[in-house]
Unconditional design. Structure first.
Length: 199
């Protein structure tokens, strides 16, 4: 279990390109070097923190990364400005009390169908795609409170999974086509197209 310990926690918010999501950044590592997406409450099992966040009636999805949590709200049920103070206080209290963020033993049991981790049986093109995503794309999209994970590669088409603020974001398709697809085509000639699905 990853716990945060008993230190003074400060939380600040950052807007994301997706108006339905808000990034809550902590001064403490929550899930070092990793990220995990809970597209709805039924996926929250491995994370006591995510389970607690889903108890807020306006929370639609939870994305936890190294030092931040990105929350997606349900439509027009709540205005971010009205609920930010409550969520910040909840996160501060939860983390200062040493509440568990992610139970790593439970994560192993949940099938992760998308990953940028290079596997031993990946072919050369897939290895290059995953390395490009990890080294160039990941740092940029994490700044916006999201993640883009490799799902599959078949006959020149790369299928990616959008997570966190990237999922359902109006500008994510522009980023995907103009940014990621363009870069992949330049750096990996075998890539002809990049497509995405939201979790």
């Amino acid at each position: 279990m990853i716990k945060t310990g008993n230190t003074i926690i400060s939380i600040y918010t950052e807007m994301t390109p997706n108006p339905e999501t808000m990034k809550f950044v902590a001064n403490k590592l929550l899930y070092p070097g990793k990220s995990i997406d809970f597209p709805d409450e039924s996926f929250a099992g491995p994370s006591p923190l995510a389970k607690e966040l889903f108890s807020f009636p306006f929370i639609k999805s939870v994305f936890i990364a190294s030092n931040f949590v990105t929350l997606t709200k349900t439509g027009d049920t709540a205005d971010w400005q009205d609920v930010i103070p409550t969520i910040k206080q909840f996160l501060k209290d939860y983390l200062e009390a040493g509440g568990p963020v992610v139970n790593e033993d439970e994560v192993v049991k949940v099938k992760q169908e998308a990953s940028n981790t290079v596997a031993a049986d990946d072919d050369d093109v897939v290895k290059r795609i995953k390395e490009l995503l990890e080294n160039y794309v990941k740092p940029a999209v994490e700044m916006d409170g999201g993640a883009i994970q490799f799902k599959s590669y078949d006959d020149g088409v790369v299928n990616l999974m959008l997570q966190g603020s990237c999922s359902g974001c109006p500008s994510s398709m522009i980023t995907l086509k103009a940014g990621i697809e363009g870069m992949m085509k330049r750096m990996i000639p075998e890539v002809k197209e990049v497509v995405a699905e939201a979790e």
